[in-house]
Design a protein around this ligand. Structure first.
Ligand code: F6P
Length: 341
């Protein structure tokens, strides 16, 4: 069978482990021919295809990014793109497609599946907010990077007696903020799931600095917002595609906190550092397991599903169950982050 693979949306560390597993398992165990499409759905629409084999996947496990390239492109965004995707698949005799992506790519995958293509999706996003799986590829590496950054910010915060705001990624869910906040010992975590009250934030800081500390660390998810009716009015700043502009909420918080408390306050926006570099073992392992499960599912004829981690096991979840859902941080985890201030 000829099987295609693409990686779409924002890159994450661990994508190459998926590609490697699909090629090794697909060729070695099932005798498939694996072709890669460059730059996500864009390459599929443009017919940008590359034959994959052992040569292409040599020594890729420690490499960040994706050897296939990626793009923020949805086949339904441009007239004719969906037809172009379907014609490329036909011209290349691709019988099933593995799509590795986050919410945007998975949304596109379900639409392409509706058009009759056999799809197996693999969840990746450092945001860890894909519904139906306990983990998405890239998350563990991002948490490691964010935790290390918070550790480093601790020493400079303490030396200067400052309030340090550390912004992490997470537009709709605060998984990195909550977990790295706990691991790095942040005093306050602000996540999209719990809109904040700036008065309470400042009260905690003042109390802490009066009682026993000279510095504080606040981890802010980029999608954090003030609660309606509280004393900070804020309009979320968005870019051309409706994406949140990195740094905007945290820059505003710096002004609010320094004016309201008088504390010297600084901002660090971690940004794409969280997505760069070598994947931690957990992401290499999960990527490899997802890749094997995806190509095995195709070989059994089980398609229009997503590989998912459930407890210790890899399972398959129907694509139609995932569409339009976001996996938010549970209350218990947010409470834990707040309890250790
Ligand atoms: O892919 C998810 C993500 O990393 C978000 O956390 C972040 O808001 C966004 O991508 C950034 O996108 P881009 O790389 O297109 O700026």
């Amino acid at each position: 069978m000829r099987v295609g693979i693409l990686t779409g949306g924002g890159d994450v560390p661990g994508l190459n482990a998926v590609i490697r597993a699909v090629v090794k398992r697909g060729e070695g165990e099932h005798g498939h021919s694996i072709v890669g499409f460059k730059n996500g759905w864009k390459g599929l629409a443009d017919g940008d295809v590359v034959q994959m084999g052992r040569q292409q996947i040599r020594n890729v496990l420690p490499l960040g990014g994706t050897l296939l390239g990626t793009a923020r492109f949805h086949p339904n965004w441009e007239d004719g793109s969906m037809d172009a995707v379907l014609s490329t698949l036909e011209a290349e005799h691709v019988e099933a497609l593995i799509c590795v992506g986050g919410d945007g790519t998975l949304h596109a995958a379900s639409q392409v599946a509706e058009a009759g293509v056999k799809i197996v999706a693999v969840p990746k996003t450092i945001d860890n907010d894909v519904w139906g799986t306990e983990r998405s590829i890239g998350f563990e590496t991002a948490v490691m990077i964010a935790t290390e950054a918070i550790d480093r910010i601790h020493t400079t915060a303490e030396s200067h007696n400052r309030v340090m705001l550390v912004e992490v990624m997470g537009r709709t869910a605060g998984w990195i903020a909550a977990t790295a906040g706990i691991a790095g010992g942040a005093e306050i975590v602000l996540a999209p799931e719990r809109p904040f009250d700036i008065d309470k934030v400042c009260k905690i800081l003042k109390h802490r600095h009066r009682a026993h500390a000279s510095f504080s660390i606040i981890v802010v998810a980029e999608g954090a917002v003030p609660a309606p009716g509280t004393s900070m009015e804020y309009e979320v700043k968005k870019g051309r595609f409706g994406e949140i502009i990195a740094g905007s909420i945290t820059d505003r918080l710096q002004v609010e906190i320094s004016e309201r408390t008088g504390f010297d306050t600084r901002v660090t926006v971690l940004g794409h550092i969280q997505r760069g570099g070598s994947p931690v073992p957990a992401d290499r392992i999960l990527g490899s397991r997802f890749g094997i499960a995806a190509v095995d599912a195709i070989s059994r004829g089980e398609t229009n599903v997503m590989t998912a981690l459930k407890g210790d096991e890899i399972v398959l979840v129907p694509l139609e169950e995932i569409a339009g859902k976001v996996k938010h941080v549970p209350d218990e985890l947010l409470d834990a982050a707040a309890a250790l201030a």
